[in-house]
Design a protein around this ligand. Sequence first.
Ligand code: ADP
Length: 449
Amino acid sequence: MFNKILVANRGEIALRVIRAAREMGVGSVAVHSTADSDAMHVRMADESVCIGPPSATDSYLSVPAIISACEITGAEAIHPGYGFLSENANFVQIVQDHGLTFIGPTAEHIRVMGDKITAKDTMKALGVPCVPGSDGGVPTLAEAKRIGDEIGYPVIIKATAGGGGRGMKVAETAKDMESAFLTARAEGKSNFGNDEVYIEKYLQSPRHIEIQVFGDGKGRAVHLGERDCSLQRRHQKVFEEAPGPSITPELRAKIGKVCADAVAKIDYAGAGTIEFLFENNEFYFIEMNTRLQVEHPVTEAIFGVDLVREQIRVASGLPMSFQQDDLHINGHAIEVRINAEKLPNFAPSPGRISQYHAPGGLGVRMDSALYDGYSIPPYYDSLIGKLIVHGRDRPEALARLNRALGELIVDGVHTTVPLFHELLQDPDVNSGEYNIHWLEKWLLTHLNG
Ligand code: ADP
């Protein structure tokens, strides 16, 4: 086991990793920008190193600064959290070249899955069902139009390098193809430096179902069921639950096995998530995330495992501490993402927290780096906390979420908490009947009054 690891992240996910390390008797090093000198992750870690000015490009994304921080402190491994450098294959290579360990999969696996076209080709070859669409990249508008006619509208044009909901455009009919194709290409180019795009059938009312997998890097892998993350705004998740209200034990066992077998076959190491759209009882692969997800705690709650501990174990060369037969679902868990944003437009709302009180009690977990008097800097993501509840069944989890949201106090900035109070009153949310378009439609008639 490592003596000391460095956490190349900030906010709640940095705390998450520091906490796991401490329970394992592993030392932790926080890195921070000058804007984060007073941040909770800096206070909670055993040691900290300032790695640059506020701009993420010059701090949390600065590879030389992070490698130097390892060398100064003697940290042997780097946990990247999510976002920032977590899916950067070049970074992983540099980490290894310096004799350090990256807590995550290999650079090669990250590279393959980071390009959506090669990811889809790879998954298809491994027997994973995919959304019907173009065979690889689509270089010209004429070709795009031909494929649109062939698979039938509506279609979605996606940048192969896209992520975070960017670089995707829907063409409802052939008339929209030109603008959708050119916009997706331009967004791919400007956001990700790659203008290659591909085309998929646009599914009308799917749910977003993702399978958590975990591999030991030596041909063994398990799945930890699914999460339903269909409640999305601008393709970004806001509310996640496990198990999925629409997934039967038979469906779970079947798709879970397909996913676990696929990652076992490629010797995948660590945590990964295989994302699907789910419509008419069929799964369609859309992408794989080669890292810990924001919403991993709902899976931890129902399976009673610590995924970060497991990541650190496997990266240090130890075997996985569970096998498929050890993994059983217990109850239901829900996570809501609390952002410092002002409703109804979700405008960022940084500023000083005058009062913070976290909810508690049975089945409640609050992952947050907030504290009284903390100032949320304007430079980073607006996620300020994740409230996760666990109950014996879905109705109990919903009641607990309602209760816990009522206890939470975040004064001084605007937050998305009122959104969840309203959502919990909705019959569809209570019955679990929603798809990936549900929230966008709901927002058109809610919050504004
Ligand atoms: P990103 O990498 O930007 O997150 P994804 O490929 O994971 O992009 O897609 C994000 C979301 O976009 C999905 O959860 C879904 O809501 C929507 N989406 C993606 N592909 C399709 C499709 N073929 N049909 C309908 N919706 C889609």
